[in-house]
Design a binder for this molecule. Structure first.
Ligand code: SAH
Length: 254
């Protein structure tokens, strides 16, 4: 799943704009500018609650076309104390989408960017500096951090398990003799079984007993703990938005 989505040559997100009526799917920020504006209101409230710090990192994970952040900045641009405190960090693995985000935020590049340093620009929507990174780890520590992730978690790779006579087995993909793909069950426990155990511990035992299939997302678990640690150290908050069942998920693939 990770290869299919983010392979540097052929990944789904890597070379093109996949959003909107002409693309493959549509997301809330693309439907209405109110979405980004409302997320901006949330961010400003959090900033107020933090005591209006002079400098804040505003991080967006997987910003797509950059529409949410553009609407947030445009909406917040009248609140100068807030926008002047911001340094925006866009975490995006796709060079094509980074370019689109740069356009959406109406960015001007700073001169003298030395090699090896992440690109830094200024968004003319609210006069805020913007940096791009391929991973969250590259976003500098040391400032209170407001993190937004809209439909980012659902792009992270999942593992699926099925209960059989051997107990829980991981569903894997095999290639048949005629080169087509099909699902098979693992003959023995796989590394992702560790995460299965963790997930089952959080669920209501009665719910787990009834299940024959279950899905886990180790990257989502790790990301959440990374975000929590960062906020624990630097202060701030995170708003994570995704859509789906509230409970144990057995199969979210589409
Ligand atoms: N938040 C946007 C886009 C959601 S789609 C919106 O609501 O419209 C998922 C986004 O995450 C895309 O921008 C995709 O390129 C990015 N992405 C997916 N996997 C990623 C990864 N592992 N690291 C960084 N960015 C990733």
């Amino acid at each position: 799943m990770e290869e299919v989505l983010t392979n540097p040559k052929a990944g789904f997100y890597i070379n093109r704009d996949v959003f909107g009526a002409e693309g493959d799917f549509i997301t809330s920020p693309e439907v209405s500018q109110m979405f980004g504006e409302m997320v901006g209101v949330w961010a400003m409230c959090l900033w107020e609650q933090m005591g209006q710090p002079k400098r804040v990192n505003l991080v967006e994970l997987g910003p797509g076309r950059g529409t949410l952040m553009a609407d947030l900045l445009r909406g917040a641009s009248k609140f100068k104390n807030f926008t002047e405190s911001l340094h925006i960090h866009m975490v995006e693995c796709s060079p094509a989408l980074q370019k689109l985000q740069h356009q959406s935020l109406k960015c001007m590049d700073e001169e003298n960017t030395s090699e090896g340093v992440d690109k830094r620009s200024l968004s003319t929507l609210a006069g805020t500096p913007v940096s791009w990174h391929a991973t969250l780890e590259q976003v500098p520590f040391g400032l209170p951090t407001i993190i937004i992730a809209h439909e980012f978690y659902d792009a992270l790779p999942v593992h699926q398990f099925q209960r059989g006579s051997r107990g829980w087995c991981e569903k894997m993909i095999d290639v048949t003799e005629d080169s087509s793909f099909h699902f098979v069950l693992s003959p023995q426990p796989t590394p992702a079984t560790l995460y299965l155990m963790k997930r089952c511990k959080w669920a209501v035992p009665k719910e787990v007993e009834k299940l024959n299939q279950i899905e886990v997302c180790p990257k989502a678990m790790d990301l959440t703990s990374t975000l929590a640690k960062r906020i624990g150290v630097d202060g701030g908050g995170a708003l994570i938005i995704d859509y789906g069942l509230n409970g144990v998920v057995s199969d979210s693939l589409q």
